[in-house]
Design a binder for this molecule. Structure first.
Ligand code: ADP
Ligand code: MG
Length: 697
């Protein structure tokens, strides 16, 4: 896949230049400098020879076949060159040239023309507006980057050329090797999705690294990522957008959603490891590229000083790792040579006078303990220790270990040489223990994602005919918001339990309804014009008898007439009161890139303030429904605190999956809230007491 881009037998540089400092010179020079074995043809109508190679006036004059053309000409000239590529049957082209979509509408039109032509001619294009690409295996550096990364196993693609330059420089500074390096530019044709798939197929790539600003088409990206991540870790840094968008959302879900959540959810669902900073991107890359995945979260910390050990233990506490208990046998083996003041329990503190021999003996014992699944080795450069000697011991022992080993030698001057040894031997080395723990944590969650059970989708019988019927009638009336009754019918069609409800137009009817339903009851204004009923004094709960019902009827209608005189009042809804329920919110929104997105959170009036919510892209598996419930900070409240009975979490899962099916079945739903869904004690189910749904053709 995309093979000619990475392993061509012949390359033409269109716009090759004799003048150092010009892009057309740098590209040709890079191709020649780094050991590429194929044929190279400079194209330039004004030169006979460039950098010792015969130059041709145009592609057509090249006598032999060309696999890959790299174009570095002004934007206006590119279309013509692409035509020549077609005539010469070149199927892979990198367009370095800028001056397209990134410049505005005129450039965008030019890019569209280019894309159309490329498609007609069957030519695949990387770029335009990019830095080029590099493959270390074929020693092809078809870019104007300054330098060539070492051979290695990280494949990198980036939407930003500047980020390529920065990463390359880091890689060179830290001796980190790469398999491929691709600047995607404007992604006119070849996208991040295809690049991921091609790196999955590339034998030399073990870890895929990506810098993204946007994803053009969410669903195929997710599908591909899920497949690729099953085999190779994908680490992505995604910049941009934290704003929830300017639109004034009418639902809570709409107000809380936003594309950041969509990306986050999508990445989680397809196993992508998201780096939150460049620092994290580098440190994850280093860890994933060089260490085996941990089989579990049981961590041992080896240190020669207390403070850093505690820092690491704290970081471990905040992660999904845990400090491994030290088995008696291991403790005994350690005690045999450690001084009595040392701690053989985790963090294993071999104290300030530890020498490299003590490090070596300790590490040997710890590596052999099968219950320990990952190791972080800390060192502060005391006078009694030779950090380089310790580094050498670690490198030797780590070679055959079947568990990840990370190091953090703190300080600078006295540990510099040791860090260099780690770099040269592919042992991740971090300035601070927290970074080592964070990288291990990322590895653990990836390995757990990979081992997760087979995805389970549940399918419910739903009365879709009824739903279609209601939607059609709403749209015919030129409305977008469903009134309460309609929303209730939709939820009923999807098997949600609703509280018993009756509309009352008079106090007499209200009293009658209440006794039929059974006390206590709730009463709510029934009006298509009142969006947030309690804000307007339109809800009364816990009404215990006739007198309270009569009074509530007057109060509610008076409140609405007073506060919203123009509201049409249909009457008052008398409703079964769900006691003992905990309030949660469920919702649907639609993301531009990823489509329908499901929200979960603890409900109540503070939901928009606390923002304690989680998101997933629909369709939801049963597992992701469970994960999103557990993800919110207030989850313990559902499990019950201080002797409370636990809430019916199975019921919430079921409701989330039903809602997801509804979002998939009916793309016309643009927003929906169930707020609240009342969650009864375990085994007693959930009840949707209030719902809002908005649709669009
Ligand atoms: P709105 O959100 O428009 O103000 P709701 O129907 O959500 O109106 O009612 C407001 C609050 O009243 C709910 O959040 C919930 O706390 C309570 N409530 C409403 N209906 C019921 C019910 N049937 N049983 C128990 N509590 C209810
Ligand atoms: Mg509500």
């Amino acid at each position: 896949m995309l093979n000619h881009f990475f392993n061509p037998s012949s390359v033409a540089v269109v716009g090759a230049s004799q003048t150092p400092g010009k892009i057309g010179y740098d590209i040709l020079n890079n191709i020649l400098q780094h050991g590429f074995q194929g044929t190279v043809c400079p194209i330039n109508p004004k030169a006979k020879e460039i950098l010792g190679l015969k130059a041709y006036p145009d592609l057509i004059s090249v006598p032999s076949h060309v696999d890959l053309a790299v174009i570095a000409l002004p934007a206006q000239a590119v279309l013509g060159v692409l035509e020549q590529c077609g005539r010469k049957r070149i199927d892979s082209v990198v367009i370095i040239s800028a001056g397209f979509k990134e410049l505005g509408p005129q450039g965008a039109r030019l890019e569209e023309d280019l894309a159309g032509l490329a498609k007609d001619l069957g030519i695949r294009v990387v770029g335009p507006n990019c830095l080029g690409l590099i493959d270390t295996k074929s020693a092809l550096n078809a870019s104007f980057a300054a330098g060539m990364p070492l051979d290695g196993h990280i494949g990198f693609f980036s939407q930003s050329g500047a980020m390529c330059v920065a990463i390359l420089d880091w890689a060179l500074g830290e001796n980190v090797g790469f398999s491929r390096f691709v600047s995607l530019g404007n992604k006119m044709d070849v996208s991040e999705t295809e690049m991921m798939l091609s790196m999955q197929q590339d034998e030399n790539t073990r870890v895929i690294l990506g810098y993204l600003e946007s994803i053009d088409d969410g669903p195929p990206f997710m599908k591909a990522a899920r497949r690729v991540a099953q085999e190779k870790p994908i680490i992505v840094i995604k910049s941009g957008t934290t704003a929830a968008g300017a639109k004034a959302a009418s639902s809570h879900t709409g107000a809380l959603a936003g594309s950041e959540h969509a990306y986050d959810a999508a990445f989680k669902q397809c196993g992508i490891i998201r780096a939150r900073s460049m620092q994290a991107l580098f440190s994850y890359a280093m860890a994933f590229a060089s260490q085996p995945l941990p089989k579990g979260g049981s961590l041992a910390i080896i240190t020669n000083s207390g403070g850093p050990g505690i820092l690491a233990a704290d970081a471990c506490d905040r992660s999904s790792l845990h400090l491994s208990p030290v088995q008696k046998e291991t403790a005994d083996r350690l005690r045999a040579f450690l001084p009595s003041t040392a701690s053989v329990y985790n963090p294993i503190d071999i104290i300030g006078d530890a020498s490299h021999e003590r490090y070596e003996k300790t590490l040997r014992v710890v590596v052999e303990d099968p219950l320990i699944e990952a190791i972080v080795i800390l060192l502060t450069p005391t006078a009694s220790v030779d950090p380089t000697a310790v580094a050498r011991e670690i490198v030797t022992l780590a070679k055959d270990a079947d568990k990840p080993i990370m190091t953090s030698f703190m300080g600078e001057k006295r540990v510099r040489a040791a860090r260099k040894i780690f770099q040269d031997h592919g042992i991740p080395s971090y300035d601070y223990p927290e970074d080592a723990i964070a990288a291990l944590d990322a590895m653990l969650s990836y390995s757990q994602w990979r081992e997760r059970p087979e995805r389970q989708y549940r399918n419910f019988k739903a009365d879709t005919r009824q739903v279609r019927h209601i939607f059609a009638s709403v749209l015919r009336q030129r409305r977008h918001d469903l009134i309460e009754n309609e929303a209730r019918e939709i939820l009923r069609a999807y098997g949600f339990r609703l509280p018993k409800s009756q509309l009352a137009r008079t106090t007499k009817e209200a009293v009658k309804a209440a006794s039929e339903i059974g006390y206590p009851v709730v009463m709510k204004i029934a009006s298509p014009d009142v969006l947030h009923k309690s804000d307007m004094g339109g809800v009364r709960v816990k009404l215990e008898d006739h007198a309270m019902v009569e009074e509530a009827f007057f109060d509610i209608t008076a409140n609405i007439q007073h506060r919203q005189p123009r509201a049409r009042i249909l009457g008052v809804m008398v409703q079964e009161m769900i006691t003992q329920g905990k309030e949660v919110i469920l919702g649907i929104t639609r993301d531009m890139q990823f489509g329908p997105m499901i929200m979960f959170g603890l409900g109540g009036i503070y939901v928009e303030v606390l923002k304690d919510v989680s998101f997933r892209i629909a369709p939801l598996t049963v597992e992701s429904a469970e994960a999103m419930i557990r993800e919110v900070r207030s989850f313990p409240l559902l499990r019950g605190v201080r002797g409370e009975v636990p809430a019916d979490i199975e019921g919430i899962k079921d409701a989330l999956v039903r809602l997801s099916q509804m979002a998939i079945d009916f793309p016309e739903i643009i927003e929906a809230d169930i707020n609240p869904l009342l969650v009864c004690p375990e085994g007693e189910g959930v009840v949707a007491v209030d719902a809002r749904i908005s649709i669009q053709e």
